[in-house]
Design a protein around this ligand. Structure first.
Ligand code: AMP
Ligand code: MG
Length: 397
């Protein structure tokens, strides 16, 4: 994986509208152009009064104040509060001049054009002071932050429409195989519907990438090479191929692997998945996944996710992982690092994991049931019930 990441650069920053920035890394500090709130603001619906008028009031010694005006959020000019008066005011309205308390409706009695106050309030009650949330000139959100909904709100509250972020990598997904047919089209004998390209495209989007192309190509080396070169020339940052990466006849990526094409075949000590293709074409990183669906899925999580996350400028290179206890004896003949598809359940001591079904490399039913990938480390030939393992959570990748 380190070798893949060496080829992956953080993409150059770009301005995007706030609505497109969720999940992206902020490339520059956002500085508050003005204080927030921008003006002293009523924090409750009620009556704005002068604190001096209600000092020392009680049930026995209530105070009567005349209502002299009203204001709602958005009003420009609201009647000032003179001694002995009150202004009816709604949350979000500019606090009237000289008022320093807003008494909520439910804590005051109104009688015609007067209110009767019979309990004291501290000065400043229910008034949001200018700048108490964010001071002018302060950093609202720091560069490097992965932007979530609340960050976007804080930036919008300062009036910014666009911000500088690390953009999503543009990713092309190409399934290879003479047997593949697009779902929706009729099958001839020996053909199957292409299920990998939609799966890998969806994974890429889950990782944070933007899928610019997703489709099939035949097992024809020159045709596949032409597609790779075209996608690289069209500005893909990452090109994912699926299938044709092992040592069978017609394994098209394996055939293409050469120094001249800048493509290499690797054999990774893991299960499912083992063949992997890596290359650099212009400025595009090429990752070739194995074709069996479970192998393609597991390899995408281990190798495509870190590439996408690195290009996004994020630091969470490793997939989200929890620790779970195995509940059954699981043989792992050969002791290869094994990503087992498991179901997860909470119990008193944390999480427990059990097999989601047959672990066949082509088995999509088990894969679609799985909550996680339990990692049996290299060299472990058998898992004993009760042992603890890392589990990658597949639903929150
Ligand atoms: P390959 O890696 O090309 O040798 O393919 C291994 C197995 O995965 C074969 O049974 C293929 O038919 C199957 N396979 C390859 N690509 C896909 C795909 N895009 N969708 C579904 N199955 C595939
Ligand atoms: Mg094939």
């Amino acid at each position: 994986m380190r070798r893949i990441l060496l080829g992956c650069q953080v993409l150059p920053e770009r301005a995007v509208p706030l609505r497109e920035a969720r999940g992206l890394v902020l490339a520059r500090d956002v500085v508050a152009g003005s204080a927030s709130p921008r003006f002293d603001t009523a924090a409750m619906d009620g009556y704005a009064v002068q604190h001096a008028d209600i000092r020392g009031v009680s049930l026995q010694r209530p105070v009567h104040l005349g209502i002299v005006g009203a204001g709602v959020a958005g009003d420009r000019d609201i009647t000032p509060v003179a001694p002995g008066t009150a202004v009816r005011i709604m949350t979000g309205a500019v606090c009237p001049e000289d008022a320093d308390v807003v008494i909520p409706f439910e804590l005051v009695e109104s009688r015609g054009d007067q209110i009767v106050v019979s309990q004291p309030f501290a000065a400043g009650t229910n008034i949001r002071r200018t700048g108490e949330d964010i001071a002018a000139g302060s950093v609202v959100v720091e560069r490097g932050t992965v932007l979530g909904p609340a960050h976007l709100a804080a930036i919008a509250a300062e009036g910014y429409e666009t911000i500088e972020v690390v953009p999503r990598p543009r990713v092309a997904v190409i399934a290879t195989g003479d047997e593949l047919v697009r779902p929706g089209q009729a099958l001839e004998p020996g053909q199957i519907w292409d299920s990998n390209s939609v799966m890998v495209a969806a994974l890429v989007e889950q990782f944070g990438g933007e899928v610019v192309v997703s489709g099939c190509a035949p097992d024809d080396p020159s045709a596949v090479l032409a597609v790779l070169r075209r996608e690289a020339a069209d500005g893909a940052d990452l090109i994912i191929t699926i299938g044709g990466a092992s040592l069978g006849d017609r394994d098209v990526l394996t055939e293409l692997a050469s120094d001249e094409n800048a493509l290499q075949c690797w054999s990774v000590a893991m299960k499912p998945g083992k063949p992997l293709v890596y290359g650099l074409l212009d400025s595009a990183v090429v990752i070739g996944l194995p074709g069996n669906p479970a192998a393609a899925f597991v390899s995408a999580v281990q190798f495509v996710r870190p590439a996408v996350v690195t290009m996004l400028g994020r630091l969470d290179i490793n997939p989200p992982t929890i620790v779970a206890r195995a509940t059954e004896l699981i043989p792992n003949p050969g002791g290869r690092r094994n990503y087992m598809r498991v179901l997860l359940e909470p119990d008193d001591s944390g999480w427990i994991a059990r097999s989601a079904g047959p672990q066949n490399v082509a088995n999509l039913a088990t894969l679609s049931r799985a909550d996680g990938l339990l990692i049996i480390p290299d060299g472990v030939e058998q898992v004993e019930p009760g042992e603890r393992f890392d589990v990658q959570i597949v639903r929150s990748l």
